[in-house]
Design a protein around this ligand. Structure first.
Ligand code: ZN
Length: 186
């Protein structure tokens, strides 16, 4: 015997009941009922008359089209190498390491910092000297001499800074994440 679910006033779907039971409850003829095991709604009236299907089942609410999950962008296609020291596959990742050891790098910084300061101070000083009042020939010569001196020191600082920069510079390498062995990238 066919059993029917029906929707009550609160919108709840009832347990399946025989048609006779539904009719006994005294539901209005337009009450929506669902033949157990089927997926199409009809009214109690229709069901009583033979179960003609009048309502297609409401399509399930389609969730708003969410943007397609963006594929994880490959980190610029990280190249990985097999480590030949510890024979681990794909354990070597591209990275940068200092060209020189800790002490040399420390000296590099000791050179770079005063060199940069030296260049800046020399240039500022040269401009300040140039801006000084004094039009006599002696003043002009003095100012010219001071400027040459400042530019000379600026040049020396620049060279020193360059050397320091080399000492603290890094090189591109592949480094094994397992054993730490390093292989030049360039
Ligand atoms: Zn390794």
């Amino acid at each position: 015997m066919n059993q029917y679910h029906y929707i009550d006033d609160q919108g709840n779907i009832s347990d399946p009941l025989p048609l006779a039971a539904l009719q006994k409850i005294g539901l209005p003829p337009a009450t929506k009922v669902l033949l157990e095991g089927s997926k199409q709604w009809t009214t109690l009236e229709q069901a009583s008359q033979g179960g003609a299907v009048v309502f297609p089942v409401a399509p399930a609410a389609v969730p708003p089209a969410s943007p397609p999950p963006t594929p994880p962008t490959p980190a610029t296609a990280t190249i990985k190498l097999n480590c030949q020291s510890c024979n681990t596959e794909k354990s070597m990742i591209p990275t940068k390491v200092g060209k020189f050891g800790g002490v040399v790098k420390f000296i590099g910084w000791l050179i770079v910092i005063p060199s940069v300061l030296g260049v800046v101070i020399c240039i500022i000083s040269a401009f300040m000297v140039a801006g000084q009042p004094g039009d006599s020939q002696a003043d002009q010569v003095g100012k010219g001499g001071a400027e040459v001196l400042f530019f000379f020191f600026a040049g020396v600082s620049l060279v020193g800074g360059l050397i320091g920069w080399i000492l603290i510079s890094k090189k591109k390498v592949f480094k094994c994440s397992v054993c730490g062995s390093i292989k030049d990238r360039d």
